[in-house]
Design a protein around this ligand. Structure first.
Ligand code: GLY
Length: 343
């Protein structure tokens, strides 16, 4: 078992929390809940019908199921949940437990952040992507028709339990999605994560994310590197009406970002080939842009990305490593897109 601390010390309150990684760690839920301050009297469990994880706690438990699919990641679902919390008599001292993939923990976290202006939340991610990314770091939120995760809040969990037993039956597609984010960590650190056993691999990804979040909790700078590959990825998800899942889109976005970085003279052909080897061969993921939208549509969606404060913003590899780059020339992006779509 591994225990990684996400260290958010500083300011008036210490909001650090543990991420526990290992087989059977769901058994530690009661212990984690009883350590919360104030001590909760009730649990609101948020999950989905398909998630077969048994969650037991000695506290009275109110179960809420949310629909499967990105179309349920919206404000209507958050309203339904908060109304349910009120009907169940949840107070500011109670706790939400989110059990599921990234969509569940994003929505559960945002409902917890909003109800009574914020109550505690503990996440139990059940997918690889959830364990290594979505459930850690406090980004919560829902989609609008205009874009992904456009409404949300930074709301750190009070603890995260990554029970590796949940991965034993993870569908192949979900494994691919997790691997898309894992390939991202590969380029952030150079670590050969694929060489590690499952517990060490998940634990190391959690450590990498914890370190970045601790250095820039609210993404005023460095945390943006966690969005490597995400600018095109978000556009592909929307253009495909979410037929392309997030992690699948990230693998394609990583290669596009590397092609763009090469075109801008930030990296050489060898580094682009390293991206193709890691994403395509080591992790067996897609590298080519599928025909889900024209170059114009994808470009327009990338302009609407949350990171785009001043023109097009990409996270790009370069001489200083992976970093956010603001105001990337749209004509160059268009050229690289055209080549990738038609090449
Ligand atoms: N998934 C990117 C972040 O948490 O910042």
């Amino acid at each position: 078992m591994q225990r990684v601390s996400v260290s958010l010390a500083g300011g008036a309150d210490d909001r650090s929390y543990d991420v526990v990684v290992g087989h059977g760690v769901i058994d530690q839920l009661d212990e984690m809940l009883s350590a919360l301050l104030p001590t909760p009297q009730r649990v609101a469990l948020i999950t989905q019908p398909s998630i077969g994880i048994e969650v037991s706690t000695s506290l009275p438990l109110h179960r809420f199921e949310i629909g499967i699919g990105e179309q349920f990641k919206n404000l209507a679902t958050v309203q339904e949940l908060c109304e349910g919390f009120a009907e169940a008599g949840l107070t500011r001292g109670d706790v939400v437990v989110g059990v599921g993939g990234g969509m569940v923990t994003d929505v559960a976290g945002f409902a917890a952040a909003s109800y009574h202006r914020g109550i505690s939340v503990v996440h139990v991610p059940t997918t690889l992507l959830g364990m290594i990314d979505a459930a850690i770091g406090g980004k919560t939120g829902v989609n609008l028709p205009q874009g992904k995760n456009l409404v949300g809040a930074f709301w750190q969990p009070s603890g995260v339990l990554c029970d590796l037993d949940a991965l034993a039956t993870l569908p192949e597609r979900e494994v691919r999605c997790g691997n898309g984010e894992m390939a991202k960590y590969h380029f952030l650190t150079g670590d050969d994560l694929a060489a590690l056993d499952l517990e060490a691999r998940v634990g190391r990804c959690v450590e990498i994310k914890a370190e970045v979040v601790a250095s820039d909790e609210r993404e005023s700078g460095r945390r943006a590197i966690l969005n490597y590959g995400h600018t095109l990825a978000h556009a592909l998800e929307i253009a495909s009406d979410h037929d392309i899942a997030h992690g699948e889109a990230v693998s394609i976005g990583l290669i596009f970002a590397a092609r763009l970085a090469q075109r801008l003279g930030r990296i050489d052909a060898a580094r682009l080939n390293e991206h193709l080897d890691v994403v395509g061969d080591l992790y067996g993921l897609k590298t080519e842009i599928p025909k889900v939208g024209s170059a114009d549509e994808l470009l327009e969606l990338m302009f609407r990305d949350k990171k785009a404060i001043d023109g097009l913003t990409f996270v790009l590899d370069g001489p200083n490593g992976v970093e956010p780059v603001v105001g990337v020339d749209a004509a160059v992006v268009r050229e690289v897109l055209d080549e990738a779509l038609n090449g």
